[in-house]
Design a protein around this ligand. Structure first.
Ligand SMILES: Cc1cc2nc3c(=O)[nH]c(=O)nc-3n(C[C@H](O)[C@H](O)[C@H](O)COP(=O)(O)OP(=O)(O)OC[C@H]3O[C@@H](n4cnc5c(N)ncnc54)[C@H](O)[C@@H]3O)c2cc1C
Length: 395
């Protein structure tokens, strides 16, 4: 019996665990270790903030997914990985492994910018369900008591889509309520230009975002790092001070402390084309936890996003590789990663595709239409259904 431990109970961790159990059956003992016992469909958090979803609409219990498939679940954070001993130390005890799959996502490091964040600082955030619930309450206050809203991303962020979505959704909702003129919206970002998104743009995304921002009267400040945030204003490194009533700022990303020693100085872990750790051959790293070098240096550092669909692809390759190795068969040939992103815009949506992930590319475009909004809604329902029933092999 092969002992496989998977760290993380989200897009990557659940897909890898389900795939491993599906492929290996009784040959493997698969255990998922996760800090959270809920799977959250993170792409719907902007809708939750806007009041268009409730937490129950977009969450599943991890045990409901794993237990029927014979996968064990340890609801406890991993504290440390001991590669030489092939052990993971968790708050609930030690676990031995033959193979380890890491999909622990990002550590949101609000502390790198004084005054940032919803817990100890003065800004809101869309990246966890608890933070999104709080941001939603603050958004309601803006509707009752209007004022300047700042939406955007600090330095070292590697997920820009949700901030664009929120800027567009807020604009659309305010227009629906006939109060857009009372709420100025400012998009503040570390990206060198609008539509860069950490990947050097996606087709015409620069012009697309500039046109949409102009049409919707959303002001933008690009290429900026935040020095600190006070209760009244955001202070940028170049000395600019931005007053705000509500600020929803994505924080810098790092790898989570338990696995960071396996990675680069920011804790993101280097892997080969099968998502295998470059040094430890029985450790696989997928999703936000692994490192992808940026396509170009930017004046303010930004990270390359690892989207949900990319993470699922990585999980499938890692599982297929472990399976092939155990069976003694040929390793799979991984496909190039692509960005496929359905960006909600409140009253419409856009499909953004870039293949391969980084330039130069064979195929890349940004296209807008109400059909993309329909696709986004369908994708949410489809993905939650697929996860709930453990159909990890579905596309
Ligand atoms: C607001 C938002 C909107 C998004 N929209 C889209 C979109 O529209 N399309 C798209 O493709 N992608 C989108 N993404 C990106 C997508 O959600 C991520 O690519 C995906 O969640 C990455 O999965 P992951 O498994 O790497 O990490 P995560 O989903 O971050 O999960 C990490 C898991 O690890 C667990 N964990 C953390 N630390 C530990 C520890 N020490 N021990 C054990 N477990 C631990 C966590 O509890 C969690 O279960 C969005 C992300 C956000 C935040």
């Amino acid at each position: 019996m092969v002992n496989i431990v998977v760290l993380g109970g989200s897009f990557g961790g659940l897909t890898a665990a389900l795939e491993l159990k599906r492929l290996l059956g009784q040959k493997a003992d698969v255990t998922v270790v996760s800090a959270d016992d809920l799977f959250v469909f993170l792409p719907s958090l902007p809708w939750l903030i806007m009041g268009w979803r409730k937490p129950a609409d977009i969450t599943l219990k991890v045990t409901d997914i794993l237990t029927p498939r014979g996968i064990k679940f340890v609801h406890s954070p991993a504290l440390e990985v001991l590669p030489e001993a092939r052990q993971v130390r968790t708050a609930a005890g030690e676990l031995a492994y033959d193979y380890l799959v890491i999909s622990t996502g990002p550590q949101l490091v609000f502390d790198e910018i004084p005054g940032l964040g919803p817990d100890k600082g003065h800004t809101d955030c869309a990246f966890t369900i608890d933070h999104a619930v709080k941001t939603g309450q603050n958004w309601k206050s803006i509707l009752e008591n209007p004022g300047l809203v700042v939406v955007g991303s600090a330095q070292m962020v590697s997920c820009f889509g949700p901030s664009y979505e929120l800027a567009f959704e807020m604009d659309a909702e305010l227009r629906r309520r006939k109060m857009r003129h009372k709420v100025p919206i400012l998009y503040l970002t570390s990206e060198p230009y609008l539509g860069h998104m950490g990947v050097g743009g996606i087709g015409t995304s620069k012009r697309f975002m500039e046109d949409e921002f102009a049409t919707r009267d959303i002001k933008a400040i690009v290429n900026q790092a935040i020095d600190e945030v006070t209760p009244e204003e955001i202070r940028l490194k170049d000395g600019t001070k931005i007053p705000f009533k509500l600020a929803m700022i994505a924080p810098p990303f790092k790898g989570v402390p338990a696995v960071a020693p396996l990675g680069n100085p920011r804790g993101f872990i280097p892997v080969d084309k099968h998502y295998r750790h470059t040094k430890h051959q029985n450790i696989f790293v997928i999703g936000v936890a692994m490192v992808i070098a940026p396509p170009e240096p930017t004046p303010v550092p930004v990270g390359v996003p690892k989207t949900g669909s990319m993470t699922i692809k990585m999980a499938k390759v890692a599982a297929a590789t472990i399976f092939a190795e155990i069976q003694g068969s040929t390793l799979p040939t991984p496909e190039e990663l692509a960005v496929i992103c359905l960006m909600d815009m409140g009253n419409t949506a856009a499909l953004m595709k870039a293949w391969p992930l980084l330039p130069p590319r064979q195929d890349s475009y940004t296209r807008k239409g109400i059909w993309a909004k329909g696709l986004k809604h369908s994708f949410e329902r489809y993905f939650l259904f697929k996860m709930k029933h453990g159909f990890s092999h579905w596309p």
